[in-house]
Design a protein around this ligand. Sequence first.
Ligand code: ADP
Ligand code: UDP
Length: 239
Amino acid sequence: MEKKEQLYEGKAKKVYATEDPNLVIVSYKDDATAFDGAKKGTIVGKGVINNQMTNRLMAKMEKAGIPTHFVKELSERDTLVKKVSIVPLEVIIRNISAGHFASRYGVEEGIVFSEPTIEFSYKNDDLHDPLMNAYHAVALKLATWEEIELIKKYAFAVNDTLKAFWSECGVTLVDFKLEFGKTVDGQIVLADEISPDTCRLWDSKTNEKLDKDRFRRDLGGVEDAYAEVMKRLMAHDAQ
Ligand code: ADP
Ligand code: UDP
């Protein structure tokens, strides 16, 4: 399957049409942004890692019964996926306080919750992705109640599987963002990516950050952190 016209260029990926109207190719870039695009940079090799990591994790989600957009890895940076119309909600699951949760509520990072939380942000760059509750999403017809319930069910199921997997790799899953889409035949599937760009991952022993917070907060060792989590994933899968 070959890339045809570019349909979209985002901050971290490009999306291309293919000869099949139901399939698109996502191509992962090394570009990194943070703070609503205010901070820009490059994380060398990130595109390759995020592509390969996402695909391996998507396969694990499928195995756990969560439908995804994944079809086939085409190359280091390119993957064939089902074309979906993205539900414009960023679905955020948190197991431990960090990032905006900590700043919004004036608490420290690292509070371990007794159960995971879920929240939605309206995926809209012009409005800076404001928080949105399910009633507002339904009122704006971004999704139906049935779709919201399914998305919640899938998001918590992703958390269960992902948390258990990363734990086996010596990595603590702090929080993450998911996107869901609707396929041409109306099925809700997990789309976009699951990577150190979209998850907070801490070393289980030291709590060292192994994710995009190293870039956001200028902690250094960004490339090494991405490589480290990928190495642990590969080592786990090779067992
Ligand atoms: P952003 O749009 O936030 O800058 P990216 O650079 O990651 O993000 O761009 C990828 C875009 O592709 C995102 O807008 C995402 O919602 C969208 N996308 C992800 N998976 C699919 C899919 N299966 N079909 C169509 N669009 C998708
Ligand atoms: N996240 C993301 N894209 C966004 C916003 C958040 O992938 O546009 C991820 C982020 O990497 C973290 C989780 O969602 O793993 C929760 O992010 P938070 O709300 O704390 O905001 P942040 O501090 O990351 O801006």
